[in-house]
Ligand binder design. Sequence first.
Ligand code: MEV
Length: 450
Amino acid sequence: MSSGKKTISGFSKLSKRGKIKWIAEHFFKEPEHVVRELMSYWHGDEEQQKVLDGFSENTISNFPMPYGVAPNFLINGKAYAVPMVIEESSVVAAASSAAKYWLTRGGFKTEILGTKKVGQVHFFWNGRAQKLESVFDDLKIQLRKDAADITRNMDKRGGGILDIELIDFTEKEKGYYQLRATFETCDSMGANFINSVLEQFANTLDRFMADHPIFDEDERDVEVIMSILSNYTPECLVRTWVECRVEELGHFPGGYTSAAMAKKFCKAVRIAHLDPHRATTHNKGIFNGIDAVVLATANDFRAVEACGHTYAARDGQYRSLSHCRVENGVFRFWMDIPLALGTVGGLTKLHPIAKRSLELLGHPSAEELMQIIAAVGLAQNFAAVRSLVTTGIQQGHMKMHLQNILNHFKASEIEAEKAQAFFADRLVSFTGVREFLEGVREGASLSVKP
Ligand code: MEV
């Protein structure tokens, strides 16, 4: 191997050590140090490491992320301590603070509005929709029959195929149709189940069209383009809200009365309905909370994000996912959000810490997990908007970030203590902390000089 060559064939066939060695030698200035560092994050237990490696391919190490807990979440009268995996300072603190705030004001309420998942077979066919529609009931029976082996277990659990529709897209694209099916996947996220059923649907469709006597010779060919679930699940939806009398909101930093705070808070949420630039940041704050719990429970955060953003743009403009209203003296803050989650299958029970997360949450069903995660998203949004309209977020954010900056400068415990005290009522900045530490270190070196 030449050290200048940065491409390789057969990388996946190398042993794990071989992969690390190749990467370290070709991309790093201190290969031996890098090898040691990457290997230091291997799990101490070989069996556990094998489990982790099995989740992906070409693994060379593990990527540590903080695993935190936000306690005091009261959701529908039940208390939870919620596990969160996130690398951003102040997210867990903000969720915890909002949870505690609402704990004494009735907590979070939630309601499942639907649990339907969606899948599509996209195909092209040169025939008239009416002809296919006239035999569509027969096709549906055949589709269900041929998929019975795949759906048997899900049927037993109370789920399975709910409905199958023919969607005619020919006005948008000549010859383009879809089989659009809806599914109930109970406590599993259901991606593998849905995709297996859809691929079977595609085979059945192909054969049905080739064999059915109603179709002329030139109508027998169907071109299946792809069969895949849709991550847009607007009917797999949960509602969450908090509410209390305006005067119960209490007082806020900056001397805001509860009435002034309620008004300003609602205006901030309204702005996120009007302006996509603000809506994106507003919703990002919601997903700070949602993604952290989705990750901690080994659910698919890309799917959840993609779906949430499409839902936020469902009327043609990207808008806030949350809403706020003050009516008859009551402050109400709420959100409807689609969340396709699982508490069985996938990695939920294979990932050792995800398994603990589910245990920490009391082994929730998928529906209960939807409700917990939606509440955390709303809590996160509440905390962010509350800060934004009162103190601004930098004060709290940079206080939390101070420790990261201190770690960056390898501050000792004593230096860190001094810095915490110094910055307690000052603005934290990278340069400010560097200058402060330089001063402390200079002072210390002067004081030990003879
Ligand atoms: C930062 O990660 C999230 C916020 O920007 C969200 C918001 O602006 O609402 C604070």
